[in-house]
Each structure stands twice: as structure tokens, then as C-alpha cells.
Design a protein around this ligand. Structure first.
Ligand code: ZN
Length: 273
């Protein structure tokens, strides 16, 4: 295939830190065999890196989606039943996840608007990571607080992003973190890369010209949240085109890549597992 190879492919080119920095204008070709997307709310993953996820899945990757909350505060009516809304939003997210092609979705049922990066959430995320065993985790950039063109990034987005980072490193790879997990068969697992979305510090761009339509279809599944689907499609296409221009393709998604471990075949005595 035309991709630069997967993390499992021994012929994959060595990617150094300077290659990553220089990748600003080239398609980012590394692809995980397995990846997990960790988000705060239903619809975040679809507004976020859905086209990248769809592209990777089309190329043979397996993806899993984790929603920390079920979006039970995602409405305007203070009299509304938050549990009923959660059921609707989980259904919408499951439908969207099928469109993107994830193998499944886990809802952690944390409270919308009150997500806390504390040990119970970290344990839940470590459990998910050690169960699915992804090479890469995609999550919110937890360092985004104020958008440069105005506005504040929702605290749940920042919290989910930081909780995912903290679960990936060091907890998921440390068998002595939440030791009852390893004792019950969930062995430590090394996630080698983080891809942070909704970032203003992108360092890799992924050509999603062929999968942007799936992102739009997935977004349309969030019926309770999307009131003007045509305007939404226009906006998503605009964003995709803007990022695509930087690499000379029809559409791209921009992500902030953090390499934690080089792929096992390039490592010295230390091996990934
Ligand atoms: Zn959100």
C-alpha cells in the first residue's frame, strides 16, 4: 500500500524527531495497527480526528472509541432528563462509530461537565488501554485552554485529554499501577504515540481527501446536536480544505504528534511489548 508502513512493519522507514518536525508539508505516513480515540463527549471524536480514523481503518487498522461521558448535559432544557439524553447520545455515537468503522465504543459514564482527572477515571482508561492494546492514542490536546481566535476550550475536553495522557504514560505501561488489573490478566501495555487533536501546535498532517465524507456522515448521526447539517458540512469542508492546502491535497487533518517510544524494530535493548 502507499502508506509508509505500519508500526508492525519491519520495512517501515526510521522516523526521527527531525523527520516529524519536517513532516509539516508531507503526508504523515505512519499508521498504527491498533489505535484508540479517547474523548470527553459523544460527537467530539467525529468533530475531531474522524477522517484520520476512517483513513487508517480503510488501510487495515483497528480502532476503538472511548467516550468518558455520555453527553448528558448537552442540551438547553434544565427540565430535560439527563439520563434520557445520555441514552440518545450514546445511540447517536454508536451509529457514527459504525460509519467511521471503529470495532466498538466504550462509554465510561462519567458526569458531563464534571469530568475530573482523578484516579478512578485513570483506572478506567488504563483498563480500556490494556484491553484493546493500541499502538497510538488520539485525544484532545490538554494544553489548549484559549483558542487564538477567541473562546475557551471546554474543561471536559482538557480533562479528558490530560486523563488520557496520564493513563497512557506511565500508568498503562506500569504493572504496579493499579496492580489488581495486572493480577486479573490485564497486562501492562506500552502505547507508543499520542496524537492530539483540536490543537494549535500541529506537527503532522494527514491527507483525508478520501475519507472526509465519512467524517461528515458520522457527524450527521449526532441528530440531537446538529441543527443545521448543511452549514456543518460546509464548515467541516472548509476546515479540511484549509489544512489540506498546507500539503497540497483536497483535505487534511492536523494533529500534534508526541512520540513516546520509537517502534520496537528501531529500539535498542529496550523492547516494546
Ligand atoms: Zn465536547
Amino acid at each position: 500500500m502507499s502508506e509508509g508502513g505500519t508500526g508492525m512493519d519491519a520495512s517501515a522507514p526510521v522516523e526521527t524527531a527531525s523527520d516529524v518536525a519536517a513532516a509539516e508539508i508531507a503526508h504523515h505516513g505512519w499508521r498504527p495497527e491498533r489505535f484508540m480515540v479517547i474523548v470527553a463527549h459523544p460527537d467530539d471524536a467525529d468533530f475531531g480526528p474522524a477522517a484520520t480514523a476512517a483513513r487508517w481503518i480503510d488501510s487495515g487498522s483497528s480502532g476503538w472509541l472511548v467516550c468518558c461521558t455520555s453527553g448528558d448535559a448537552g442540551g438547553e432544557d434544565p427540565e430535560a432528563d439527563p439520563l434520557a439524553l445520555a441514552v440518545v447520545r450514546e445511540d447517536e455515537q454508536r451509529r457514527a462509530a459504525e460509519i467511521v468503522g471503529y470495532e466498538g465504543v466504550t462509554f465510561l459514564h462519567q458526569p458531563d461537565g464534571a469530568l475530573a482527572n482523578e484516579l478512578p477515571l485513570r483506572e478506567q482508561l488504563v483498563r480500556e488501554i490494556r484491553t484493546f492494546r493500541p499502538d497510538a492514542v488520539l485525544t484532545h490536546d490538554p494544553e489548549m485552554v484559549f483558542w487564538s481566535d477567541g473562546g475557551v476550550n471546554h474543561i471536559d475536553h482538557r480533562t479528558a485529554g490530560m486523563a488520557a495522557v496520564d493513563a497512557v504514560y506511565p500508568a498503562a505501561r506500569n504493572p504496579m499501577a493499579f496492580p489488581w488489573l495486572a493480577r486479573s490478566g490485564l497486562a501492562a501495555h506500552r502505547v507508543r504515540r499520542l496524537y492530539l487533536f483540536w490543537t494549535e501546535r500541529p506537527n503532522c498532517w494527514i491527507d483525508v481527501s478520501a475519507s472526509l465524507g465519512r467524517k461528515i456522515d458520522a457527524l450527521r448521526a449526532h441528530v440531537s446536536q446538529i441543527h443545521e447539517p448543511e452549514k456543518l458540512e460546509e464548515r467541516i469542508r472548509e476546515w479540511g480544505t484549509e489544512d489540506g492546502r498546507k500539503m497540497g491535497v483536497a483535505a487534511a487533518e492536523a494533529l500534534r504528534l508526541v512520540v513516546i517510544d520509537q517502534d520496537p524494530e528501531h529500539e535498542g535493548p529496550q523492547t516494546g511489548e
